[in-house]
Design a protein around this ligand. Structure first.
Ligand SMILES: [Zn+2]
Length: 459
């Protein structure tokens, strides 16, 4: 069925009906009559929004995390929780096979090394634990032996994802259906996968999941420079080219300038990952040399010095930020981040005031996957334990919602609208907009529509 009528929904303060056909909104107004072949979705006065777009996620890592032992902050509030989860998983599983855990961070798991893991698993069961940031693995002794690096005393493998994968038994790609299901329940109708992969197989898996319906939403994929010129498998849309500034071992400014210029020559915008002040400075220096193309973005901008905001505003570079990190890791930042940087961590308000375009994302699974949680954090700037980080960076609820309503090609631009000729990507709430803005809670998502098709309806 390609026709859908949303009946009795709140839009811009009035109750109207919204007709969708062939993937588009075609009619908005009060008292529309439903046609014989039309599916009807009763709105009961709940607000209809453009579907949320999460501008920076990692879908395959989300799927892998969903299939792993969860050591994230919900499962593991405090270090003894990590001990309990790992012990229980070892007791449950069959001996011999790898145990894989994800979501660990010092902030809630406490310090972790090979010896602590050995005490929890014993000598026989290989275990690998992915750090919440995605940049490191921690292995127990059985794991270090299995990957033929028994002399690694700490058990930490930093930035060695590909190296590690080659030493692990081959595994089928993870199932993306639970990820798709979770996203549409949150009211998300599209994502940008911001993985800097050079592996075309990554694109093939994502495109296959879109085509099969496992991912029933719009998927844009960045990929690294190596994929920029290659044809894309049908199913996914092409995003900007993802570039990394590796600032821990000396940033390569010359290489970054060449990469930006090369992407631009091919007509592609770039999305540059920068989580430190140095990273942001190097990214801006590269843009100053190579030039800026419409759609260029700075990912994270976790610590953005004032000296850069004028350039970002004047050149139209969008900052794609993650307020959810303030909630999830704020307590850790308060104890571990340079006090001078605390006030400008994950800036929002001061960027908007300086004229910088700002868009929101979750960075799932390396941050909490719920955009509503990110919106709340953008408004109250509260940590899990209730402390406040950067109160001066708070947004209004409407601005926070707007972080997830931008067009995927212009994430920090104007919000999409529910109007004729717009894509029928919609999020229907069970309450008026005023309530939704007051609470910013995913529990109000009643239904999700992608390209005019109902992909989630709360039962
Ligand atoms: Zn990321």
């Amino acid at each position: 069925m390609s026709a859908l009528l949303l009946r009795g929904v709140e839009l811009e303060g009035r109750v109207v009906d919204v007709r969708c056909r062939d993937g588009l909104v075609v009619e908005v107004g009060p008292g529309l009559r439903s046609g014989p072949d039309e599916e009807v979705l009763e709105g009961s006065g709940g607000a209809v929004l453009p579907g949320l777009f999460d501008h920076h996620v990692h879908l395959l890592a989300m799927a892998a995390a969903a299939a792993s032992l969860d050591l994230g902050p919900t499962a593991v509030a405090v270090p003894v929780g990590l001990d309990r989860e790992i012990r229980a998983a070892v007791a449950d599983g069959q001996a011999g096979g790898w145990l894989r855990a994800a979501g660990y961070h010092e902030a809630w798991g406490g310090p972790l090394d090979r010896d602590r893991l050995d005490r929890l698993t014993g000598p026989d069961r290989p275990l690998r634990v992915k750090h919440r940031t995605g940049h490191a693995w921690i292995l127990n002794t059985a794991g270090c032996i299995a990957v033929r690096e028994p002399e690694n005393r700490s058990g930490w493998f930093v930035g060695r994802d590909d190296w590690l994968r080659e030493r692990l038994p081959p595994a089928p790609p993870p199932d993306l259906a639970p990820v798709g299901d979770r996203l549409v329940r949150l009211g998300v109708t599209g994502v940008t996968d911001a993985t800097p992969t050079g592996d075309r197989g990554h694109l093939v898996v994502l495109a296959g999941a879109v085509t099969s319906g496992a991912l029933p939403l719009r998927v844009r994929v960045t990929g690294g420079l190596a994929l920029a010129g290659l044809p894309r498998p049908p199913g996914t849309e092409r995003g900007p080219v993802k570039l990394m500034v590796l600032d821990d071992d000396g940033a390569d400014l010359g290489g970054l300038i060449e990469a930006v210029a090369s992407a631009h020559r091919g007509g592609a915008a770039v999305a540059i990952h920068a989580v430190s002040e140095l990273g942001a400075v190097v990214a801006v220096a590269a843009w100053a040399q190579a030039g800026v193309l419409a759609g260029d973005r700075l990912e994270h901008g976790s610590v953005l010095p004032d000296a850069l905001t004028g350039f970002l505003a004047a050149q139209g570079v969008t900052v794609v930020t993650q307020p959810g990190f303030v909630q999830e890791r704020g307590d850790y930042y308060l104890g571990n981040v340079d006090p001078d940087d605390l006030g400008v961590l994950y800036r929002c308000r001061s960027l908007l005031d300086a004229g910088v375009a700002v868009a929101g994302s979750t960075d799932a699974p390396f941050g909490p996957d719920d955009p509503w949680l990110a919106m709340r954090a953008a408004v109250d700037r509260r940590t899990r334990l209730g402390a406040v980080v950067g109160a001066g960076e708070a947004l209004t609820p409407g601005e926070a919602l707007g972080l997830f309503l931008g067009h995927p090609d212009r994430p920090g631009g104007p919000s999409r609208a529910v109007e004729p000729r717009a894509a029928a990507d919609l999020c229907l709430l069970d309450c008026p907009l005023v309530t939704a803005l007051d609470e910013l809670d995913a529990s109000h998502v009643a239904a999700t529509v992608v390209a005019g098709r109902v992909v989630h309806r709360r039962s």
